[in-house]
Design a protein around this ligand. Structure first.
Ligand SMILES: C[S@@+](CC[C@H](N)C(=O)[O-])C[C@H]1O[C@@H](n2cnc3c(N)ncnc32)[C@H](O)[C@@H]1O
Length: 254
């Protein structure tokens, strides 16, 4: 019997963001693998085994799930948000590429989810209404110099920039350095959105400027959107501001 492995996106937190497809796949598997707090978001179902691991264990977790599926089991690995965005789908592909030939024969399904960037953008308006790019600020898997090079290129090219993994206990200075770097390219009034724990208890969305952006106000559950020169803020009476980037670009960016 051919084993099955599904890599399932849970969305940013609120169970209303779990897609019907993800819910259906999760209801049929025999075994669930994932970072403990993410597994806790999956409804308990009789007969399913749960295999929790630390969030730095992605490749080992992927290999364990693949081995289990290769024994003929129906297995799921879960990720927060979308599994293809800085998450388990790539870790599973890395293991399949370097692992035994039999893993290539498995029935593999990637089930998409709402990624944090889209959830934050939807809370505040339409900051991603024009061209944008996405970077992880983590230098665990790439050198910091490469991140700086990409920040320079993205800001210089006029992209709105979504920053995943802005800080962690082991990476305390990177966000402050990135903000200083972006200030070289963009006006100090550029809108910046900090979206924290979207769809989870303690959710917060704050709008500031690049000048006032405080690296200390981000934690591991924060997604940051740095506007482009075209991004605008609309003040509203009695309501929070709207941040948006118009769909049309009139000029080549400086
Ligand atoms: C390893 S990445 C995983 C991203 C995930 N696969 C996704 O598509 O959202 C973790 C980073 O995603 C962002 N993130 C995840 N969930 C979030 C949430 N509920 N609110 C804000 N940011 C979140 C944070 O930047 C966090 O450091």
């Amino acid at each position: 019997m051919t084993g099955r492995l599904a890599v399932v996106g849970l969305g940013p937190g609120d169970t209303r963001y779990l897609t019907p497809e993800a819910d259906e796949v999760l209801s049929t598997v025999e075994a669930l693998y994932g970072y403990g707090p993410y597994l806790d978001r999956v409804a308990q179902r009789a007969g399913q085994s749960r295999h929790a691991s630390d969030n730095r264990e992605e490749r080992r977790r992927a290999a364990a799930a693949l081995r289990h599926a290769a024994q003929g089991a129906n297995v799921a690995v879960v990720s927060s948000g979308d599994p293809g965005v800085f998450a388990m789908a790539a870790a599973v592909c890395e293991e399949i590429e370097s692992g035994p030939e039999s893993w290539r024969a498995l029935d593999l399904k990637i089930v998409p989810g709402i990624t944090a960037m889209l959830a934050v953008a939807a809370r505040i308006g339409a900051p991603l209404g024009h061209d944008f790019c996405v970077l992880s600020l983590s230098d665990n898997l790439k050198p910091w110099e490469l991140i700086e090079q990409r920040l320079d290129a993205a800001a210089g090219a006029g992209f709105v920039i979504a920053l995943y993994n802005p800080v962690s206990r082991a990476r305390p200075w990177q966000l402050g350095t990135a903000i200083e770097r972006l200030q070289r390219h963009l006006p100090r009034s550029t809108p910046v959105v900090f979206g924290r724990a979207i769809g989870r208890p303690g959710e917060e969305v704050n709008v500031t400027t690049l000048d006032a952006a405080d690296a200390n106000s981000a934690d591991m559950t924060t997604l940051i959107i740095i506007g482009s020169r075209a991004t605008r803020v609309i003040a509203r009476p009695g309501r929070g501001p709207l941040v948006y980037t118009p769909r049309a670009a009139a000029e080549v960016s400086a």
